[in-house]
Ligand binder design. Sequence first.
Ligand code: SIN
Ligand code: MN
Length: 200
Amino acid sequence: MSKLRLRGFEIHKSYLSRAGQRDLIDALRPVLKAAPLFSPTIPGGSKMSVRMTSAGAFGWYADTEGYRYVAQHPRGMGWPEIPSSILAIWHDLTGLERQPDCCLINYYGEGARMGLHQDKDEADFSYPVVSVSLGDDGLLRVGGKNRSGKTDSVWLSSGDVVVMAGEARLAYHGVDRIRFKSSRLLPKGGRLNLTLRVVT
Ligand code: SIN
Ligand code: MN
């Protein structure tokens, strides 16, 4: 395990052991069964290449009307609970009593990417966002508070955890590409990213 900082993004390399990563995948299996992945269509009409779902009281959602948190999966049921092994990462790295009320689960299949964006649909930006990477390597790009500013990139591997707090909390970030099948954690390949957020 080692820690590095990039533009205020705190990157805990190899935070999770291989066994810890496998345990998280096991904990996520019933979550994905109860709340299947879907691909939102974003304002402007294009479909995201990333497939997603959530756990917790709220799930992040997008459609042609905009971006927001909602209390139900698009198929109408509530979101499953956030597994305790995922909450443990939040408590360990943030030291906060308060629990996150959303765990957004993003799945990147071959060719999927996520454009530069800010996480700004939450009510209180004093709470950090904690991001857990599992499976294939992903190239994270990080910038500052302006979309057109300078950016830096770093490869995230399975088991890495990033904390976005302070100057990084509202910084632009995105995932340019993944190295499909670079990891054997997920039998069919791809990358899972979990982001823990306090929404209200
Ligand atoms: C996100 O910004 O929601 C995802 C970041 C990542 O996939 O590493
Ligand atoms: Mn984000």
